[in-house]
Ligand binder design. Structure first.
Ligand SMILES: [Ca+2]
Ligand SMILES: [Ca+2]
Ligand SMILES: [Ca+2]
Length: 348
């Protein structure tokens, strides 16, 4: 290009872009990139939520099948002749069968490593399977105390066939759904964010958070049962089914005559002794009586926080799914619960 031709180029082109123009252009690019990133995050977040729901749905179907088979097997089983270890010798036979059933249910659906022992201190059937198939192959230094609820849930889903269930197909769950995030050689179920799922066998503190009131009359005489913690439907509506009927929630399907409630008789401490399960292998503690129960399998969702105490927590009744989030905080910024994804949210 010759010198003479360059002279005809107007000044504003020769000067290039002004600083302001460059800044505006950069600003626009940053803004568009931000919008795109936010959109991508939203799309990816929704995809993760969907794939977590798919995992939960598969687990829920297997748990339902296992529970149905447990119920059939237990209803056909002859009453145990041995002394019920959790009750006095002269306990009512109806109460004995309810308590025995709850003990066996815990053994079939363990949520903490202590649940791999029966009420006599021996390994349960599932505990024995765990010993042979998993613990014996674990590296030295790894023991049963490494087990968390996502790993026990995996054990239930894959090995919980004692009541006649078919084994789970080995290809039913992919590598994105089952992994070993804590490196203890025990596989666990994870959500699409790679976080372990949590498993609560009796999530009764989700429905009855708080502590019982001090009874004015002995519980055995209290027909209103006013001393039990109040049923709060808000948490249930968030994590459970859409119907939060108080009459359903405040009813133990397995104990329609409230036999366990009446057994405890005396005071608030008695209620708490039934649900507080801290000394392994203490298998004679169950859950808040007169409360509807259903398995809760839970992902913390996009914020990676579950908003409940952990399934192995006893100090805060976390093993019964005690919420960490106050009722007044539901829907607020510090609410870590409302983005959680569960097996009870009406998965289609
Ligand atoms: Ca573990
Ligand atoms: Ca693991
Ligand atoms: Ca959460």
């Amino acid at each position: 290009m010759s010198q003479s031709k360059l002279k005809h180029i107007p000044d504003r082109y020769q000067a290039g872009f002004t600083l302001i123009e460059v800044l505006v252009a950069v600003g626009l690019i940053v803004l568009l990139a931000g919008l795109l990133l936010a959109t991508m995050r939203g799309v990816l977040g929704n995809a993760k939520e969907s794939s977590t729901r798919v995992t939960l749905k598969k687990i829920q179907e297997i748990l339902e099948q296992r529970a149905t088979e447990f119920n059939i097997a237990e209803s056909n089983a002859p009453a145990s002749r041995r002394q019920e270890p959790c009750l006095p010798v002269d306990a009512d036979s109806g109460l004995k069968s309810i308590v025995e059933r709850k003990r066996k249910f815990r053994e079939a659906f363990p949520q903490r490593y202590q649940d791999l022992y029966d009420a006599f201190g021996n390994r349960t059937r599932l505990g024995q399977v765990f010993d042979v198939k998993y613990l014996s192959k674990a590296p030295s230094g790894v023991d049963e105390t490494n087990l968390d609820s996502a790993e026990l849930l995996y054990l239930v889903v894959n090995e919980g066939t004692a009541h006649g269930s078919e084994a789970t197909d080995s290809d039913q769950f992919g590598a994105q759904e089952v992994t070993d995030t804590d490196g203890d050689s025990f596989p666990e179920f994870v959500d699409a964010w790679g976080q372990p799922l949590r498993f609560y066998r009796w999530p009764t503190r989700l429905i009855r958070p708080g502590t019982p009131a001090t009874p004015a009359t002995p519980l055995s005489l209290d027909s209103t049962k006013a001393s039990l913690p109040a049923v709060e439907t808000e948490y249930w509506l968030m994590l459970g089914s859409k119907t939060g009927d108080i009459n359903t929630l405040s009813r133990d399907q397995e104990d329609p005559t409230s036999a366990i409630y009446r057994m405890m008789g005396a005071d608030v401490a008695s209620i708490q002794s039934v649900e507080f399960d801290s000394t392994p292998p203490d298998t004679c503690s169950f859950h808040t009586p007169d409360t509807y129960t259903a398995f809760l399998v839970l992902s913390g969702g996009p914020d990676l926080q579950i908003g409940l105490y952990e399934p192995d927590d006893t100090a805060n009744f976390g093993h019964l799914a005690q919420p960490k989030v106050a009722l007044s905080d539901l829907g607020n910024n510090d609410d870590t619960l409302s983005d959680d994804i569960t097996n009870l949210q009406g998965i289609d």
